[in-house]
Design a protein around this ligand. Sequence first.
Ligand code: 5CA
Ligand code: ZN
Length: 406
Amino acid sequence: MRSWSAPNVPRLPGSGLPLRLYDTAAREVRETRPTGEARMYVCGITPYDATHLGHANTYLAFDLVNRVWRDAGHDVHYTQNATDVDDPLLERAQATGVDWQALAEREIDLYRSDMEALRILPPREYVGVTEIIEEIADLVGRLTERGATYELDGDVYFSVAAAPKFGAVSGYSEERMLELFPERGGDPGREGKRHPLDWLLWRAERAHEPSWPAPFGPGRPGWHVECTAIALRNLGSGFDVAGGGSDLIFPHHEMGASEGHVATGEWPFARAYVHAGMVGLDGEKMSKSKGNLVFVSKLRQTADPMAVRLALLAHHYRSDWEWTPGQLAEAEARLARWRAAFARPSGPDATAVLAGVRERMADDLDAPGALAVIDQWAAEEGDDPAAPGLVRDIADSLLGVAVGVG
Ligand code: 5CA
Ligand code: ZN
């Protein structure tokens, strides 16, 4: 699929620091150590509704990973999927009387323009599930050859008993897993399953639903295996970061990691599992199924996208937080302060700003700390004529906040 267009990223003097990130699987902050290309897979949207601030916050977090790595001299190989066939998309299409493909196409287009407006760097490969059904079916075939699957009324399941590392990503107890699984697309109670946590790899063809041919019968992929197949195909196993929001820790990333492990015999599938916090509204997680959404496209009608980006950056990527309109007003005020400071003929020496922002961002993406470094510079006077331009480049390159001063 077409990705979206890349914003310009100014090169900064010198080189950034190695990035340390909280790895959910290690349960601590660790240095990322890319060898060769830095490889990152981030779970994309299920395109049945517009991009909300929660999505934007998650993609922004991984955009920061991308920017900090690039500043440290890495070439970044970034892959993202779009879940362009799945239950919620088909249900929404049916309920609203639109063709499911037209719905997916429309929402993906809107998502691309939201990402462009927010200056999120595009993935090198942006892959729709419907584009690679054959590879996904091949992966299901490989898992079957390894004796990890079984059939139930034409559907193909992954047997959790075949996954020696199951639980290593989330660290959750079986009780917690059983609680979360049905809330996040799983079917622990289905009659005939060998274990309640076994998960669907391939759903046999159903009436009025799209399906594709496969050696084990026509149907469509289950959710987790799509990301495993797309990551393996583009990045190989042992890539540096697998990312998404914290609602993907279990089951999605847990099950994907086991699929990758059993299919390749290699562990870990991803060297770090990185998760962004949940953005809420009025006491609940923002979600398409709850309908309590603040859409990026709607905000953009009246707000500067760079203010939206600054409002998100004011929260640490791992924290859960609630959106309030006052945060946008604060971000607009900061943007105005920065704009005025960057337009000055001179300012305080910017060497410490560069070191400070690099240091904050390398420390598990402390964007709020980085904002504070620039705020302080903007509040002081100085006589270095090169400083305003350099600080503007720092904000643009490392934080993705491009401030026009014209
Ligand atoms: N297509 C799957 C991933 S393969 C999916 O989860 N799609 S999604 O549209 O529901 O979510 C897209 C991304 O946004 C995921 O990384 C998800 O973790 C993240 N996300 C969803 N809701 C929120 C929220 N309220 N706050 C922060 N991130 C969120
Ligand atoms: Zn995914």
